[in-house]
Write a protein that binds this ligand. Structure first.
Ligand SMILES: Nc1ncnc2c1ncn2[C@@H]1O[C@H](COP(=O)(O)OP(=O)(O)OP(=O)(O)O)[C@@H](O)[C@H]1O
Ligand SMILES: [Mg+2]
Length: 355
């Protein structure tokens, strides 16, 4: 089984970047849940997935193709691995950007054994010709390999073993309709609530041998942006602090002091989140403004702002999406310690025209 080396889009190695950092691969593997029962949170996805898998296993069928969408670090790859484990199947891992030519995909598909799980991460980045080949493979377990060029080209049909495709994407909106329609089961991953993150932290602390106290878990969970990957990362940073500056026990005080050092604020915003909110308020008067202008203002790629900062700021109620662009909510202004203008959504004088 190979793990992908996914590099997040050009963000510094900061504690709150939900993308996996290069040095994290091994520790993530250690902390990954291996079975559905071990997977914390996402109760709906878990229940639905269990039915899909159990139904297929009982019938002796190949389960439907599965698509996971949602922000980075919420457990999409973990669930893909879990699907294979629950089915007792082998998993082959690849990613959209690696499937540039249809030949790359054909090679991958023709190497599958019956019942295998094929995991395509970042499936929205698959090149169009490979995507079209995938349609047929998903539907009929068959691909047409084109040999030669021009009028002499022939297409040779190639049987492939029945398999289950698991796709993951941080941008389900970027997926084409025909591809999306070919998944029998689509699950959208939600951010985790603090109580779930506390469970994730306790589990990880057990595996890593960290003396995590209850109040310490509460404090770290609250600042983890609803994201297990970040919770695990903050746990490791806080452990360093606890071991170097104290007796190793992770209490609330230690967690607070450590996270101060790492520039993680009370509700888990990091520098980039605060920069985005700050630009929205200071440079654009609270909006509305388009995502690309905001990205330019903070010197980041708009995909990072759109896929990483924005979902969390929206969920935290600090930013709202409107048809005219992004606006800071009253809570957004308040978080920066500023009085909100009358027309900020969520403010006292909110009107129908706010949306
Ligand atoms: N529900 C969970 N329970 C316990 N740990 C979890 C859970 N979800 C995620 N994790 C932890 O978070 C880490 C990141 O999860 P994972 O790699 O599955 O996220 P992802 O959604 O695939 O992210 P990306 O979009 O960046 O690929 C895992 O190593 C695992 O330790
Ligand atoms: Mg992943």
């Amino acid at each position: 089984m190979t793990e992908l080396d996914e590099d997040g889009p050009g963000r510094d190695e900061v504690a709150l970047d939900p993308h996996r950092q290069a040095t994290e691969q091994d520790v993530e593997r250690t902390l990954r849940p291996h079975h559905l029962a071990e997977f914390i949170g996402q109760p709906r996805v878990r229940e639905q997935l269990e039915l899909v898998l159990r139904g297929a296993l009982n019938r002796g069928d190949q389960p439907d193709h599965v698509l996971f969408s949602g922000p980075p670090g919420l457990g999409k790859t973990s669930l893909a691995m879990i699907i294979a484990a629950e089915l007792g199947a082998a998993i082959r891992v690849t990613s959209g950007p690696a499937l540039e030519r249809p030949g790359d995909l054909a090679a991958m598909l023709s190497n599958l054994a019956e019942g295998d799980v094929l995991f395509i991460d970042e499936i929205h980045r698959i090149a169009r010709p490979a995507e079209e080949m995938l349609y047929l493979a998903m539907e009929d377990y068959r691909v047409d390999v084109v040999v030669g060029k021009g009028p002499g080209a022939t297409s040779i049909p190639l049987e492939i073993a029945p398999f289950t495709l698991v796709g993951a994407t941080t941008r389900s909106g970027a997926l084409t309709g025909p591809l999306r329609d070919r998944f029998g089961f689509t699950a959208h991953m939600e951010f985790y609530v603090p109580a779930e993150l506390e469970q994730v932290l306790r589990r990880s602390a057990g595996i890593l041998g960290v003396d995590l106290r209850d109040d310490g878990a509460v404090e770290i969970a609250r600042r983890s942006r609803g994201t297990p990957r970040i919770a695990n990362r903050l746990l490791r940073r806080v452990r360093d602090y606890a071991e170097v500056r104290s007796d190793g026990a992770v209490t609330r005080e230690i967690a607070r002091a450590a996270l101060e050092v790492y520039d993680v604020d009370e509700i888990g915003l990091d520098r980039l989140d605060r920069a985005v909110l700050g630009a929205l308020v200071h440079s654009f008067g609270g909006g509305p403004v388009g995502i690309s202008s905001m990205a330019v203002a903070v010197g980041e790629e708009s995909t990072t702002v759109e896929e990483v900062c924005e979902p969390f700021l929206v969920r935290a109620g600090l930013l709202a999406r409107t048809p005219r662009g992004r606006v800071a909510t009253a809570a957004g202004w308040a978080h920066l310690g500023l009085p909100a203008p009358e027309n900020a959504p969520g403010g006292q004088s909110a009107t129908l025209f706010d949306v």
